[in-house]
Design a protein around this ligand. Sequence first.
Ligand code: XMP
Length: 305
Amino acid sequence: MVETGKFIEKAVAEIREAVGDSHAIIALSGGVDSSVAAGLAYKAIGDQLTPVYVDTGLMRKGETNQIRKTFSYMSSLEVVEAEDRFFDALSGVTDPEEKRKVIGEQFIREFEREARVTDADYLVQGTIYPDRIESEGGIKSHHNVGGLPDVVDFDGIVEPVRDLYKDEVREVARALGMEEIIAERMPFPGPGLAVRVIGEVTPEKAQVAREACHVVEEELEEYDPWQAFAAVVGKGTGVKGDNRVHGWIVAVRSVESRDGMTARAQEIDWETLQRIQSRITGQNENVARVVYDVTHKPPATIEYE
Ligand code: XMP
C-alpha cells in the first residue's frame, strides 16, 4: 500500500519541478485516475493548470454535471462539447482497435486546440501502472498512453500516478479530500461507451449503453463490484406489445478484480437480475433482450472490445 502523505508530497514536488513556470493541461475523464492527477497537479501548480473535460458523447450519465461540480474550485476548468466531432470520426468504424485509435486521435486534436489557446507546454495524464503494462505488452492500445509525444507538440508529459494500482489511487484520492463518489467510482475506460458498443458507434447505441449502464450501476451497488456495466452487443428478435421487433441485445456484466488484469464474474441473485432486465427493456422500446455475462477474465476481457 502506498503511504499517501509521502506520495502526495513527492508527486507535488515532481510536478512543480517538471512544469516550472510553464502552463499545463490535464484531461479529466470523470474517473478517479485523472481526478487524482488533476488534484495533485493543481496542488503543485495551481492556476498554471487548465483542466480540460471533453464531452465525447461516450461518457457516463450525468458525468458532465458531476465534473462541473467536483472541479468547480478550479476556475480554469474547460468543458469542450465535442460529441458531434467524435460521432463523425467514428462513423463507419467497426474494428475495436481502430475505434480506440480514432478516439485517441480525436482526443489529441481536442487537446491540441485547448493547449494552443492556453499556451500549455505540458500535458498531465492519469495513466496508472496497469495501463502501462497492458500497453507495453501489446495487449491493447490504451488511448491515453503511448505515441503522444510524437503527435502532440508538448515539451513533456507528466504522469503523477504512473506507478500506482487503482486501489492506491483511491487511497490518494481520499487523502486529497476528494468526495467518496470520486474516490470510490468504478473504473471507466478511456474510450468510454465506445468499448461497450459492439461494432459501429452511433449516438443511438451510445445512448442505450449509457442508460443501461446507469441502471446496472444503481442496481448492483450493494455487490460492491470492481466494475458493473451494460453493453450493446447486437440485435435480436423480441416481442413488444403485439409486435415482433428487431431490437438491441444488452449484456450486463459485473466483475470483481484487484487491478483489472484478471477478474471474476459476480454471482447476482435472480430477483436483482430480473429487476435490471425489466428496467432496461422498459426504458427503451428498442431493447429486446437482456443477458447476463458469466465469463471470468481470462478467457474474456472485462470490456466488450
Ligand atoms: P479489459 O477489457 O482489457 O479491461 O479487461 C481492463 C481494464 O481496463 C479498462 N479499459 C481501458 N481503460 N483505455 C482505458 O483507459 C482503454 O482503452 C481501456 N480498455 C479497457 C477496463 O474498463 C478495465 O477496467
